[in-house]
Each structure stands twice: as C-alpha cells, then as structure tokens.
Design a protein around this ligand. Structure first.
Ligand code: ATR
Length: 263
C-alpha cells in the first residue's frame, strides 16, 4: 500500500495540492496517494484523528479555515509554526501529532526562484492577517533587514509588530496605515485579501519599489496592475503555493523537488 497524504479544509474542491504532490512524487519516484478531505467546521479534530488511524497515513496539509485549530491540536511544533500561530503541515511521530508551517518558507523559495534578492533588503507587506504573520520570521531568516507592515486597520498592524518583535530582534519592524504608504522598498508584498474580493488597493506615487509580489493568484489584482504600469517586475502566489508544498513534501519524504521544475 502506498504512503497516504491528504489536504484538509473547507472548502477544499479548489485545492491544487493533490496535483502538485503527485507531480513531485512522479519526479522523485515515490509511491504515494494524496487526496482532498472536506471537514465540517466543528469536525476538524475527529477528521484528523480518523485520517491518522490508517497505518499508511503519513502527512496532512491544512488549509483555510483550520490552520489555527491545527496549531492548537499539535503536541510538537516547529519554531516557525509557534511564531506563525498556525500549522499547515501535520505528521505523526511515536503516536504524537507534529506541526510545522511551510507557508513563509514557500514564499522565500518562490522569491529566490525569481532571482529577487532578499539579503539586506527592505520589504513592505500590505495586510496584517494570518498570511502576514506566517511570513515575517522566514523572511527575517532569509536576510531581510527591514519590514514595514501596512494595514487598513492600523491597530492590527501595530499589534502584529508588538507580537513579533521578539521573534525577529535583529530586524527593523514597523507598522503604518494604508494612508501612510511612502518610502523606498526593494520588494512590496500584497498579503491582503483585496484581490480575492475584487477590491482595489491604491499604491501612491510616493511609494517606490523594485519588485512586487501578490500572494493571491488567479484573480485580477489592482496591486499587480499598478506595479506593471510602473514597469516593475511582478509575480503572483502560485510560486508560493508550490514552495510551501515542496517544503511539506521534504518534511514527509526527505527529498526536495526543485521549485523551478513546477512553476
Ligand atoms: P489572512 O489570514 O489571509 O491574512 P485575514 O486575517 O482575514 O486573512 O486578513 C485579511 C487582510 O486583508 C487584513 O489585513 C485586511 O485589513 P483589515 O485588518 O483592515 O481588515 C486586509 N484587507 C482585506 N480587504 C482589504 C481591502 N479592500 N483593502 C485593504 N486591505 C484589505
């Protein structure tokens, strides 16, 4: 029987994880089966336990809206999952549930695959939700020296900065409101859900940047449109999705597929 994997979420139909993991398996000659698993909102824990009761079950990815519940369920957490307060990768070891969060490293790998340098860079992240929280520590580990978090609701950005400051003491971390966007950055990242809901983000002329990354993908993005109009290189979140999947695959199987083969 092949190794069993699944991605759990609600909704789950749109997930591209099974397709990606089967592509990695083919490339690395690993025999596995990776399925989508829909859980009811109040049934996450039961569904996870049921999955891991199969002797061939190896790992699970966790997506919206269960990453915080997965974090709460684990008895062993990686440092980056502890800081993110969210788990997207689960596995069992000696009967105990382990959790990691590969989303941030997925973004770092996607940026490296674009040959955009993070070393000594200044980054502006727009948005102060879970997506932003998950990427700060991996970005700092990748050599970023300055991160500004800009959010529509300023208090949320300030809260995130105060929560994360001790986790990344060697970088300059600051918060601002969306109406205060200005200055020079190497990279700006849209971590808001604006493009998913069809909302427009305005990037003022006083904001200068060399690269722009949109975490969402497959939707029209006013953020990307404005960056392109300025002639700035852009990318959308498919690379990050592949990057987080590769990191999870590596944790479970000990083999790391090459990101550039899949984007
Ligand atoms: P996630 O976990 O994906 O980050 P979230 O926690 O719901 O999702 O956060 C969504 C982020 O997108 C927030 O920073 C939100 O700003 P607020 O904190 O002010 O709500 C931001 N956001 C959503 N729609 C937006 C819009 N139209 N313009 C600007 N920011 C928006």
């Amino acid at each position: 029987m092949s190794k069993q994997f699944a991605v759990i979420g609600n909704p789950i139909e749109h997930s591209r994880s099974p397709e990606l993991h089967h592509q990695f398996a083919e490339k690395t000659h690993i025999d596995l089966s990776y399925k989508k698993r829909l859980a009811e909102l109040d049934d996450f824990e039961v569904s996870v336990k049921d999955f891991f009761s199969d002797a061939n079950a190896v790992g699970m990815n966790v997506t919206v809206p269960f990453k915080a519940q997965a974090f709460a369920l684990c008895t062993h957490l990686s440092e980056r999952a502890t800081i993110a307060k969210a788990v997207n990768t689960l596995w069992m070891e000696n009967g105990e549930l382990h959790g990691d969060n590969t989303d941030g490293q997925g973004l770092v790998e996607a940026i490296h695959a674009l040959d955009w340098s993070l070393q000594n860079s200044r980054i502006l992240i727009i948005g102060a939700g879970g997506a932003t929280r998950g990427v700060i520590y991996p970005l700092a580990q990748a050599g970023v020296t300055h991160i500004t978090i800009a959010n529509r609701t300023l208090a949320r950005a300030e809260q995130l900065v105060s929560d994360l400051r001790d986790a990344v003491p060697h970088i300059e971390l600051s918060a601002c409101g969306l109406d205060q966007l200005h200055g020079e950055y190497d990279l700006i990242i849209n971590a808001t859900s604006a493009s998913l809901t069809g909302d427009t983000l305005i990037l003022p002329e006083t904001l200068q940047f060399k690269y722009a990354y949109e975490m969402a993908y497959g939707k029209p993005s006013s953020f990307i449109d404005q960056a392109k109009a300025r002639g700035v290189p852009t990318s959308e979140g498919f690379g990050m999705l592949v990057g987080q999947a590769i990191e999870a695959f590596y944790i479970w199987n000990g083999v790391k597929p090459n990101l550039k083969d899949f984007i």
